[in-house]
Write a new protein. Structure first.
Length: 498
């Protein structure tokens, strides 16, 4: 254990915004479509068209393109023909669950028992509220197909607002890098999967929480994270990286405030339903536990290639152990890295580990990672490589379902082909994890820190002094002198430093 001198005061940090077209060759090449890279004498901040406003409009435009992509299903694929919604890759849970989960009949989520195999709504409480509000706004007249179309459109409008919030939050989290939000706005997998399910609600709350933490507002971060966890389970994973980073920096008060805010917000949302409709409230958790190996996971490849597949309980145990090993690895990385990792880097790694080890990967789960990937590794080449892998998986799962639902015609992708699609998804996510880990071990390769920042998403962690490290973390990066450009000094050897 060895404390490390503070990064503050050793060198003035740049304050000018970072222009991706000047620092990223792929962004520069892509900018040729709109006039080329930003010039040296460009006047910034003198127009209504600020980066955040442009990014919000682009995000809404891409979302609209995603809606158009669902048109074949809206015009009949959801209602007529078993495999049409798969061959057109336009499937969505939203219209099907309007009737299937009792919203069409006015049933109250969690309190009223459903008539089918699913006894209660299998979604967390805040997502259930979102679904119910959309049902209130859906006209109750006309055929059930007409109502389901309206329900999808109402949800799409609400989810579009979530998409804009996500893009804006990412653009504002790294104050000097607002244009990184374009990666979110233009992400093809984001547009393709945005209206498959209701995940964007939790993603928007999580992105908002990340923004609040970057501004040093620990309580607001905690409250928003608690609400996000009340909408989807994965956001609570952010508390693990935050714990380790606050441990290394000695920021226990801030972590305690965040933890208290998260726990309080989650309880406020869940407690009324938990007390008065426990069976309905607990359905999400029991369903997640009892659910067998499903789409998108390496567990499915193992199961479909085995004569004696593992039992669900065994898979649950092994997946949990793998996730715990990943958590231990991320914690060790955080405490032993030559320079304290950025908060967004560790958050991306822990959520990606959950996705890689989980027994199911629905195609919309990519939405969880998009804003985190942008904050962790805002490099166009790596981001687009990963997105290409996710688009390949998006097409692969629908072609596989088309194959399995087309009877003897076998139109689509057979099982072996679908396994390759899963492999592409796993490889793309693992590749991005490797790049992020490399950035942590070699901070001079981190594109954010190359521009002179320390941890712009870290809030109170940004530039903070280390008080607890393990291994050789007290030593400065060995290759720090191998590149030119602005940088924040870290681990200075000046004996006069406090």
């Amino acid at each position: 254990m060895c404390p490390m001198p503070s990064a503050e005061g050793t060198q003035a940090r740049p304050t000018d915004p970072v222009a991706p077209t000047r620092a990223d060759s792929v962004a520069a090449s892509g900018s040729e479509l709109i006039g080329g890279p930003l010039g040296r004498h460009a006047l910034l901040g003198t127009s209504w068209w600020t980066p955040v406003r442009i990014i919000a409009l682009v995000a809404i435009g891409m979302f609209a393109i995603g809606l158009v992509q669902k048109a074949p299903c809206y015009n009949g694929g959801w209602f007529f023909g078993a495999s049409s919604q798969y061959t057109h890759a336009c499937y969505s849970d939203i219209p099907h669950l309007y009737n299937g989960r009792g919203f069409a009949d006015g049933l109250v989520p969690y309190f009223d028992r459903l008539p089918g195999d699913m006894e209660y709504l299998e979604y967390p409480v805040l997502t259930g509220v979102f679904m119910e509000v959309a049902a209130w706004l859906t006209p109750g007249s006309g055929s059930i197909q007409h109502q389901e179309k309206w329900y999808w459109m109402v949800n799409a409008g609400m989810l579009m607002a979530c998409a804009a919030v996500i893009a804006v939050c990412v653009a504002r989290t790294h104050a000097r890098r607002p244009w990184d939000g374009l990666l979110v706005a233009l992400a093809p997998a984001f547009a393709l999967t945005a209206t498959i399910n209701w995940d964007l609600l939790a993603v928007a709350l999580t992105a908002s929480a990340m923004l609040m933490w970057s501004r040093g507002r620990s309580l607001a971060f905690g409250v928003l994270l608690g609400l996000a966890t009340a909408a989807k389970l994965y956001p609570f994973l952010l508390l693990g990286p935050l714990l380790v980073l606050c441990w290394r920096a000695g920021k226990w008060k801030e972590f305690g405030t965040a933890l208290g805010g998260a726990a309080g917000a989650w309880v406020v949302v869940n407690l009324p339903v938990m007390v008065f409709a426990f069976d309905g409230w607990s359905k999400f958790y029991t369903f997640s536990q009892e659910r067998g190996v499903d789409f998108g996971s390496f567990w499915l490849i193992m199961a479909q290639n085995s004569k004696d597949p593992l039992e669900t309980e065994t898979v649950n145990t092994l997946a949990t152990l793998l996730m715990l090993l990943c958590c231990a690895g991320v914690a060790a990385l955080a405490l032993m890295a030559p320079r304290r990792p950025r908060f967004a880097q560790l958050v991306f790694l822990i959520v990606a580990a959950f996705i890689l080890t989980n027994k199911v990967y629905s195609p919309q789960y990519v939405l969880w990672l998009v804003p985190l990937a942008v904050l962790a590794r805002p490099r166009w080449r790596d981001f687009l490589i990963w997105q290409a892998c996710e688009v390949a998986y998006f097409l692969g799962i629908w072609l596989y379902l088309a194959y399995t639902t087309s009877g003897d015609a076998h139109k689509g992708l057979p099982t072996d082909g679908y396994h390759w699609a899963i492999g592409v998804h796993l490889a793309g996510t693992f590749y991005l994890c490797v790049v992020v880990v490399r950035d942590i071990l070699m901070p001079q390769r981190d594109v954010v820190r190359r521009e002179g920042d320390d941890d712009p998403s870290g809030g109170v962690l940004d530039g903070a002094e280390d008080v607890f490290t393990l291994g050789r973390a007290a030593h400065p990066p060995r290759h720090a002198a191998h590149f030119e450009g602005p940088q924040v000094e870290w681990g200075a050897t000046d004996k006069s430093s406090p």
